[in-house]
Design a protein around this ligand. Structure first.
Ligand SMILES: [Zn+2]
Length: 321
């Protein structure tokens, strides 16, 4: 096989086009060709089919926080490998690679910011870092920011994107479910609102803890939300799942989430919810415009929020039971 033994074949394959990167990408959802710049301008939603692509934690913060208001906190908690865990690769090595590839030191970014003028405590999970899995540091950073929200009387917003608990930390990772839930219970007792935003995908121990504990649970369209993935569920129950199961729209219909909000409207919707739940009238010129916005938001939202609002008197901040 002379052809293959030649070190420098005569036929040269041009690996890159002369005009360089054309910038066109194929939407994985509708197979239409979309220009990368158009996708970027459209907040990484497909302009043709509106499929919401994943965002990094930094992009999330840019989307939600007023410019220059985000102050990152609790970066002093750094990941370690207490179990010296090795599967196909050592955990320490996996951490190193994840840090290199994502440019982040862990899967959670927490801090305070303003959302259209409303001060909030914000936690964001980054799926690009080990699938946004919840290890000790993710749990600790989230708990710390929830406790900070409690100490400074701030509403809490957590935006999740996660594959669940981080198996390389074994039981230590599972304990984060109880820890974050306990911190949120204290926030709840203090009457401070917590809004949970679920993005594609939110699964496993994250769904089974803080992501499902929001006073209001918001989801992005067509996000996969569940505990075990659809294939595992089908294998376990030996039945085919109905179409669209574990997707936002299905979960809204079944009452597991409160509303689906498109990415373009998320910031405005968060602002409305925070204003209403904290009785903050700063955004409104007078009480009649506040009431108009109030009923407009209520009209769009399902039963659970209406019940929540009914618990509070209209003029006063919500004190949750
Ligand atoms: Zn598309």
């Amino acid at each position: 096989m002379g052809l293959f033994s030649k070190r420098d074949p005569k036929i040269k394959v041009q690996s890159t086009k002369r005009d360089g990167y054309s910038g066109w990408v194929k939407c994985t959802h509708c197979n239409e060709m979309v220009h990368a710049s158009e996708l970027q301008q459209n907040l990484h939603c497909c302009p043709k089919c509106d499929y919401h692509y994943r965002l990094s934690a930094t992009q999330r913060v840019e989307l939600i926080a007023d410019q220059g208001t985000f102050v990152e906190m609790f970066t002093n908690f750094k990941p370690v490998d207490p179990l010296q865990f090795v599967d196909t690769e050592a955990y320490s090595k996996r951490l190193e690679n994840a840090q290199k590839n994502s440019g982040r030191d862990e899967a959670a970014m927490v801090g305070t910011c303003k959302v259209l003028g409303n001060a909030v405590a914000l936690g964001v999970l980054d799926f690009t870092f080990m699938a946004g899995s919840m290890g000790s540091v993710v749990g600790e950073r989230l708990t710390a920011i929830i406790e900070h929200a409690l100490a400074t009387q701030l509403p809490m917003v957590i935006i999740s994107a996660s594959g669940g608990a981080r198996m390389q930390e074994s039981a230590l990772s599972l304990m984060q479910m109880a820890k974050t839930s306990a911190a949120l219970a204290k926030l709840h007792e203090a009457g401070l609102p917590y809004i949970s935003v679920l993005t594609n995908p939110t699964t496993g121990g994250v769904t089974a803890s803080f992501a499902s504990l929001g006073d209001i649970i918001v989801a992005e369209p067509d996000a996969l939300i569940g505990f075990a993935g659809p294939r595992v569920v089908e294998q376990a129950i030996r039945q085919k799942l109905p179409p669209g199961a574990q997707r936002s729209e299905f979960l809204l219909e079944k009452g597991m989430i409160d509303c689906i909000v498109k990415r373009h409207e998320l910031k405005q919707k968060l602002c409305e919810l925070i204003s209403l739940l904290t009785g903050n009238q700063r955004e409104f010129q007078d009480s009649s415009s506040f009431h108009a916005a109030y009923s407009q938001t209520l009209g769009k939202l399902p039963q659970k929020l209406k019940e929540l609002m009914a618990l509070a008197e209209i003029e006063k901040p919500v004190s949750k039971k």
